[in-house]
Design a protein around this ligand. Structure first.
Ligand SMILES: Cc1cc2nc3c(=O)[nH]c(=O)nc-3n(C[C@H](O)[C@H](O)[C@H](O)COP(=O)(O)OP(=O)(O)OC[C@H]3O[C@@H](n4cnc5c(N)ncnc54)[C@H](O)[C@@H]3O)c2cc1C
Length: 484
């Protein structure tokens, strides 16, 4: 352990003399905890803008009692607290904003020591899981006991269960298992005053409002989420792999709509639009679709049979066999970790934008977001370039689905890259709002989309602000996040 260097570090440590691993305040640690994986921060650093760390100290409470004790002390002293899972968020939610007024000590609260499965009720298929556990560790632990959570974000190796709750995350198999908010029965946490709370644990209840949904997606601005009761499933007995090339994105969407509305639930369905199919898979004519079904053998066989029955009748669909879906499965976590390579080049921007809307709205949303990105690049003096705007559709519901855009561009020589990046985001968000779509399907809002969030929510944002004020009168918990 490194020696403490600041009065703040020593003051915090004095609260927990028995725990020498409670706090760090060295420059290196503070730097690491002053950013998450929002690309803008990395662009700034690449262009030489190495800011002072925005975090003054980092603490690692060993359990929820220690966390609550620390939060009570912080509340009394007026220290700002920033809940931190694993820092894989891409919207700047876990750290203070760059322009945020700095007048109080800022402490990052890393929850990784809360890393246990507290309970597994095999009969009810319910697990109680602590917030700091890393997704892959949780999944492996459950697997050893014959269960799965069914939550597989691409960031599973570098993100925490509490982060999933706080951002309403989605895993790659969400079409079958649901998003994280579909899995949660109840949450437990610590309010900014240091008080504990638990929402009622029941499969369904008629006692509202739904307290879970006040906290799920609150991105560390209303409470620390220390654990949650979630449903788990027996490990899948069988997995079926299908793939198709379809004549167009619209035809593919139309087919998937039909099977979703019939009640079929493949775990994975991914439609790559024309540009993504061409650029990443070399398909010149049509779009790629991979589909993976998992679960009990009879059900998976039936789902595969019914999808094949339907698609054989559709002239725009060509069956391309199991191999492309198996290939996707084998490489399902690869692509996300290549992003930093592109970002290492001067003037390059790279980001993802994940939105959602109804089946009726998906084609138009797809078209207008793409048009907006290309238009903004041309609007800049010296002309920026969008080198790539590709998209896939990867989470589906009875009434609609998501679109996941990947954009890569180059800022003009005479414009600072972060400014160009902000211009692109502004245009993307406005295009999405104009279509009446949700500005985030699973990454959340953070500081990146806070303005648009406030615009979209209108008076409800003021209501949320009042609610936060009731919970957090001194505004010590993640101030500024979500525009609060
Ligand atoms: C390569 C890559 C792939 C990704 N793939 C996916 C994907 O497939 N699906 C998806 O949904 N997201 C994905 N993400 C985004 C990110 O992984 C998720 O948002 C994830 O849920 C964040 O978890 P974390 O533990 O890293 O949270 P952090 O980044 O540490 O925090 C995120 C927010 O949650 C708050 N927070 C964290 N823990 C708690 C807690 N216990 N209590 C209260 N507030 C808390 C923080 O204050 C912050 O506002 C990806 C990111 C990367 C870099």
């Amino acid at each position: 352990m490194k020696a403490l260097v600041s009065a703040l570090g020593n003051e915090i440590q004095s609260l927990f003399p028995e725990d020498s691993a409670f706090v760090a305040d060295d420059l290196y640690t503070r730097r690491v905890y002053s950013k998450d994986l929002m690309p803008r921060v990395h662009l700034e650093a690449r262009e030489g803008d190495l800011q002072e760390p925005s975090i003054d100290a980092v603490v690692w409470p060993a359990d929820s009692e220690k966390l609550a004790k620390f939060v009570r002390a912080a509340n009394e002293k007026g220290w700002e607290l920033y809940p931190y899972g694993a820092g894989s968020g891409v919207c700047g939610g876990a750290t203070p904003g760059r322009d945020q007024e700095r007048h109080r000590p800022r402490i990052s609260v890393d929850l990784k020591r809360l890393d246990k499965i507290e309970l597994l009720d095999e009969k009810s298929q319910i697990a109680k899981v602590q917030g700091g556990i890393i997704g892959q560790v949780l999944e492996e632990d459950l697997n050893q006991r014959g269960f799965t959570l069914g939550h597989f974000p691409s960031s599973i190796y570098c993100s925490s269960f509490g982060g999933y709750l706080a951002t309403r995350a989605a895993g790659q198999l969400s079409t079958y298992y649901g998003k994280i908010e579909d899995m949660v029965l109840a949450v437990e946490g610590v309010l900014p005053t240091g008080e504990f709370f638990t929402t009622p644990v029941a499969p369904r209840l008629a006692v509202g409002p739904d307290w879970n949904h006040l906290f799920l997606g609150s991105e560390g601005s209303l409470a620390f989420l220390t654990s949650a009761w979630v449903k788990v499933h027996k490990l899948a007995e069988n997995r079926r792999f299908l793939s198709f090339v379809v004549s167009s994105t619209e035809k593919a969407l139309e087919g998937v709509r039909q099977w979703m509305q019939e009640g079929l639930r493949p775990a994975v369905t991914r439609i790559y639009d024309e540009d993504e199919s061409r650029m990443l898979m070399g398909i010149k004519d049509g779009v790629k679709l991979v589909c993976i079904i998992e679960g009990e053998q009879t059900l998976t066989d039936f789902t595969a049979l019914r999808i094949n029955q339907l698609t054989m009748k559709w002239p725009d669909w060509k069956d391309t066999g199991e191999e492309p879906a198996q290939h996707w499965w084998a490489h399902r976590y690869d692509i996300s970790y290549n992003q930093q390579l592109i970002l290492s080049h001067r003037r390059m921007i790279l980001d993802t934008f994940e939105v959602s809307t109804s089946w009726a709205g998906l084609p138009s949303l797809h078209k207008h977001v793409k048009l907006a990105t290309e238009a903004v690049a041309k609007r800049f003096p010296g002309k920026g370039e969008m080198l790539l705007v590709i998209a896939h559709f990867s989470h589906f519901y009875h009434c609609g689905g998501n679109i996941y855009f990947t954009l890569c561009g180059r800022s003009p020589e005479d414009t600072p890259t972060p400014e160009f990046y902000d211009g692109v985001w502004d245009e993307l968000l406005k295009a999405c709002e104009a279509q009446g779509a949700a500005i985030s399907h699973h990454h959340g809002i953070g500081r990146l989309k806070a303005l648009a969030y406030r615009r979209q929510r209108g008076v409800l944002h003021d209501v949320l602000k009042s609610f936060k004020h009731e919970l957090d009168p001194k505004n010590i918990l993640n101030p500024g996040n979500l525009g609060l």
